[in-house]
Ligand binder design. Structure first.
Ligand code: ADP
Length: 480
């Protein structure tokens, strides 16, 4: 492909040079010919318009040997008329028939009756020029006592033709040199144009085969440089997209594996407890009650997982409608505090609430914001040993309201802190399960908060405690 582009370039340049030369040559030849033609007629007109010559000719025409006398005068004016007896000659013709009488030489085949001679025979000077004819002539009628004559000057264009030949050979030589230059230019073009295109092609082939490591190096500011840069950017974007795709595919696999795993445990429990109940109809009623309790518990758990998954998938699909209203964030914090007090008491936690600043009303989905706060507090209660401390603090700053839930619980190991917002991620699966967790609470919370244009941050030290902070813009999400 590159070779054919190269061939095309050479051919285009050669054609350009040849046609340019041909056009220039044609104009040059035409210019020289018409210059020569008009110079001839101007010269003739200026010579024959001289009163002195007219007078001399008239008196010659009156003499006895009129033709000879006219010829003598023309001879005397040879210099002015450019007569060289080779290409340009003068003749004295019979005024009635146009036949040759005398002249600067004796024409071998006589004199042709040209258009100008025919004009002169009618008594009018013939100055008509014909660029296509192979001669140039003027015929001037002359009549006196000695009879009627025609003074005839003819040029056979031999000079202009030899000039034309010289010009043509110069043009042909120039064409030859031009063709050589065109080959050299093509080599140069090939280097500046075809080589980078070949490099681009190789780079495209590499990218197509999945190799993104080799970048094109072209610092030129021209179109090829821009193309190379664009190509590099495109390859980068492609690589990022591919990595994102791989990542999301990996996440999807993990998610499916997690869902199956999460559901398998309760299903296995329900199945084995039901089988035992079926196999033993005479089971002790207390035991039966306990088994049924477990079945109910596990079913609740499954339905909670399914419910949470449904919520998340609706978030992903963007099909969950939020109902944004203006409400008191302070009241929501208070309400959540009141609602969670019983739960905290059950675990003998010291549960406190403190407002640092007055809190403005905010725009948001009240129910969902409270769901986030409940999730934060319930985690703090769950992941703190009984008799611990859980503290809610809230305030407002820089157009945002915030609420921190701090506990002195088990904390989260450093390497897990960043992952607690991942779906199904739990530091201690058994502990989470025991306390009814699904590992989806914080994922849902972070989706809700980001839909409000807010942030959720977690800070934790293993064995020391955790602080989780939600920040929400007072004005609600920018795009709502
Ligand atoms: P879960 O339903 O398991 O509580 P979450 O998404 O709410 O799921 O939380 C994810 C994980 O983050 C929890 O399993 C727990 O390991 C960790 N976690 C969250 N909050 C706390 C906290 N206050 N203290 C210690 N660990 C926490």
């Amino acid at each position: 492909m590159a070779r054919s582009l190269y061939t095309k370039l050479v051919l285009i340049i050669m054609t350009l040079i040849v046609s340019f030369m041909a056009v220039v040559g044609a104009f040059l030849l035409h210019g020289v010919r018409s210059f020569y033609l008009s110079a001839f007629y101007e010269e003739m007109q200026s010579v024959f318009s001289s009163a002195e010559l007219a007078e001399d000719l008239r008196s010659a025409a009156d003499s006895d040997n009129a033709a000879g006398a006219i010829a003598d005068i023309l001879k005397a004016y040879s210099g002015h008329l450019g007569i060289d007896s080779g290409t340009r000659n003068y003749y004295v013709l019979d005024g009635m028939t146009g036949e040759y009488i005398t002249g600067s030489n004796n024409p071998a085949g006589g004199i042709r009756n040209t258009a100008n001679i025919l004009t002169a025979m009618t008594g009018i000077s013939g100055y008509a020029s014909d660029a296509s004819a192979d001669y140039m002539d003027v015929a001037i009628p002359l009549s006196g006592a000695g009879g009627r004559y025609i003074v005839y000057i003819i040029d056979n264009k031999a000079t202009v033709q030899s000039l034309g030949r010289d010009l043509s050979s110069i043009i042909l030589e120039a064409m030859g040199v031009g063709l050589m230059i065109s080959v050299l230019m093509s080599l140069l073009l090939a280097k500046t144009l075809v080589t980078p295109i070949q490099e681009l092609t190789r780079a495209a082939e590499r990218v197509a085969s999945g190799d993104f490591d080799h970048k094109l190096e072209n610092s030129a500011q021209d179109e090829i440089g821009v193309l190379s840069n664009t190509f590099n950017n495109m390859a980068d974007t492609l690589e990022d997209t591919l990595n994102d795709l791989k990542k999301s595919e990996q996440m999807r696999r993990e998610f499916v594996a997690n869902v199956s795993h999460e559901l398998r445990t309760p299903i296995t429990s329900v199945k084995s407890y039901s089988e035992t109940l079926l196999e033993d109809p005479d089971m002790d009623p207390e035991m039966r009650q306990k088994f049924l309790g477990v079945i109910l518990n596990e079913s609740d758990r499954m339905s909670k997982i399914v419910q949470d998954l449904l919520t998340l998938s609706r978030f992903d699909a963007g099909s969950i409608e939020f109902s944004f209203t203006t409400f008191s964030f302070e009241k929501s914090v208070r309400d959540v505090y009141s609602a969670m007090r019983m739960e905290a008491q059950k675990h003998s936690h010291e549960f406190t609430l403190e407002f640092r600043t007055p809190i403005p009303d905010i725009v948001g989905d009240r129910g969902r914001i409270e769901q986030v706060l409940i999730n934060m507090v319930s985690n703090a209660i769950k992941y703190t040993r009984d008799g611990g401390r859980v503290k809610m603090t809230a305030g407002a700053k820089d157009g945002q309201v915030w609420c921190t839930v701090r506990d002195n619980g088990i904390g989260i190991p450093q390497q897990d802190v960043g992952r607690v917002f991942d779906r199904f991620y739990r530091v201690d699966k058994a502990r989470s399960r025991e306390s009814g967790g699904t590992g989806l609470g914080l994922s849902i919370a972070s989706e809700i908060v980001s839909r409000h244009g807010g942030t959720l941050e977690i800070e934790s030290k293993e064995g020391r405690g955790t602080a989780i902070t939600v920040r929400l813009p007072v004005e609600g999400p920018a795009h709502e």
